[in-house]
Design a protein around this ligand. Structure first.
Ligand SMILES: Cc1cc2nc3c(=O)[nH]c(=O)nc-3n(C[C@H](O)[C@H](O)[C@H](O)COP(=O)(O)OP(=O)(O)OC[C@H]3O[C@@H](n4cnc5c(N)ncnc54)[C@H](O)[C@@H]3O)c2cc1C
Length: 501
């Protein structure tokens, strides 16, 4: 019987866990406390989401008007990737979040990509085939007019510290107790289960179940329970970031921009009050100072005295996310670098899967093992999608990019997907065969590979015949631009949210 849960850590992961569990288990007589050390603080980055975050706020019953203006949040319909590929015409592309009208336009894209892989010179860049891409390019917000009868998936950008504060107040209203102490020691019982957290002011806090949200410290899962960490360093070279805000811009696309630089990539995330920027790089190839100079140069801030923040990242995952009476959530359970902004998505999935297992009374070792396997598969699937961005890059300007392109440390799953693509076979069928479409759907894989221009060289292509030209591009473009008539500007949609505050 679990009567008392202690969540250790008050970053986004801790407060999301507190909210979800307090809401879900409101009538189970479970006492939930969140303990954090404001002296240690939070990582304070993580400003982009996938569409999954919408379902978190929907589940909590928190309207966008309530939280978005309070957290300087904006909408996100996808990510624009710039300069990852040097192939002519493929220097940048957009990875769109799914919308229902894709059902009409994506088959044309899949088909064109298929026949181009087989040597026909047809248009197969992803950008003209998706409504979300059009919305971003035209600075339109993702909320359609009420007469538009199709669903549009979207995510958000936000100030992570403000989201933490917002969620903290909300969790307190749901009955979560908030404590502020530094944990200096952790006691185990005779079976090796966590029994008490010892604080710096001499208290011994007891609980039945503990949720480790201590960020990269991994105080409970890694340091106390000694669960091994599986590093992804051989797959993903980046281990550092340098972060700096720039001034607010007036009119901006609902998109994250990810621009490849010499030793990694830079994000631009527009919020309502500023732009968040960060350079994620590999310290094996680039020093801290050089990374800062490159970031400042990119942002035209070389002579500015705006301070930067340097961060280190542990890229990988723990072997077990749930061990004994402890669940790890957030950076303590692992991190796969921020390229597709998946961290909070994994947080949400972990809490939800754990809550479901708990409700079925599945505390057996077998159930624990299957939960851990499920979360590990999710981590690995996300990792493979991110790895693919590096593997298929065609930059040759630095050793960093050349080594990434030659890195054969790939999972069998990713190796097979690349083989299928290059040999002109059906990628969607392969994704279905591997049952990985629930992590990244076929459209995401197609956008990545076609977006980088992973096709036969232009000189090897021959003019498309009637079969190759089955779809008329103008018809698709016309369809998308008419769909887009149902959307107002991103700027006006954000203003409407503020007006409702
Ligand atoms: C460079 C970078 C960019 C990122 N970008 C994204 C992104 O775009 N999208 C996304 O989803 N995610 C992103 N992330 C990940 C995201 O920042 C985290 O997933 C998110 O902030 C949750 O962090 P956390 O709560 O696990 O840890 P933290 O925010 O680090 O919180 C840890 C908590 O544990 C507490 N704590 C630690 N030790 C003790 C102790 N001894 N006693 C008491 N309390 C303690 C701290 O006080 C703090 O409250 C990014 C991460 C990095 C590094």
């Amino acid at each position: 019987m679990i009567k008392k849960i202690i969540i250790l850590g008050g970053g986004t992961a801790g407060w999301m866990a507190a909210n979800m569990l307090a809401k879900r288990w409101a009538n189970r007589g479970i006492d939930i406390a969140l303990l954090e050390s404001t002296d240690i603080g939070i990582v304070g980055v993580g400003e982009g989401s996938t569409p999954q975050l919408k379902s978190f706020f929907d589940y909590m019953g928190i309207a966008e008007q309530e939280w978005m203006p309070a957290c300087n949040a904006t909408y996100k319909t996808g990510i624009r990737f710039c300069n990852w590929s040097t192939k002519k015409g493929f220097e940048n592309y957009f990875h769109p979040f799914p919308t229902q009208p894709d059902d009409y336009s994506a088959p044309a894209f899949f088909y064109n990509a298929f026949v181009r892989r087989r040597g026909a010179d047809v248009y197969a860049h992803p950008d003209k085939f998706f409504l979300a891409t059009y919305l971003a390019s035209h600075h339109l917000g993702p909320q359609p007019d009420h007469r538009f009868p199709f669903q549009v998936g979207y995510g958000y950008h936000f100030d992570s510290s403000l989201v933490g504060q917002f969620l903290k107040e909300h969790a307190k209203k749901l009955g979560v107790t908030h404590l502020d102490h530094r944990v200096v020691d952790v006691r185990l019982n005779a079976q090796g289960y966590i029994s008490q957290l010892m604080t710096d002011d001499g208290q011994a806090l007891e609980g039945d179940f503990f949720i480790d949200c201590t960020g990269f410290a991994g105080l409970l899962i890694q340091k106390t329970l000694q669960v091994p960490f599986v590093s992804f360093a051989k797959n993903l070279f980046n281990d550092s970031a340098v972060v700096m805000p720039t001034a607010q811009v007036d009119d901006f696309a609902p998109q994250t921009t990810s621009t490849a630089l010499q030793y990694g990539w830079m994000w631009n995330i527009p919020l309502t009050n500023r732009v968040g920027n960060g350079y994620v790089y590999s310290s094996a190839f680039c020093s801290k100072d050089a990374a800062e100079v490159e970031l400042r140069t990119q942002l035209n801030m070389l002579d500015s005295d705006v301070p930067v923040r340097h961060l280190k990242m542990n890229v990988g995952r723990v072997e077990q996310h749930w061990a004994k009476n402890c669940l790890a959530v957030g950076l303590s359970q692992g991190f796969i670098e921020p390229l597709e902004a998946t961290a909070l998505h994994l947080v949400q999935e972990t809490i939800l899967s754990f809550a479901e297992a708990f409700e079925q009374g599945n505390f057996s070792e077998q159930e624990q093992a299957s939960f851990n396997q499920k979360i590990n598969q999710r981590f690995e699937a996300v990792r493979d999608y991110i790895v693919c961005h590096y593997r298929v890059n065609s930059r040759t300007d630095t050793d960093y990019w050349r080594e990434n392109a030659n890195n054969n440390y790939l999972s069998d799953s990713l190796r097979r997907l690349l083989q299928v693509w290059v040999s002109g076979d059906n990628l969607t069928q392969e994704i279905e065969r591997q049952q990985i479409g629930g992590y990244y759907p076929s459209a995401s894989w197609h956008c990545l590979l076609a977006g980088y221009g992973v096709f036969p060289e232009q000189k090897q292509l021959s003019a498309g015949n009637a079969i190759a030209n089955k779809y008329k591009l103008e018809t698709i473009e016309d369809f998308i631009s008419r769909c887009a008539l149902n959307f107002s500007s991103h700027k006006s949609q954000l203003a409407a949210l503020r007006a409702h505050m």
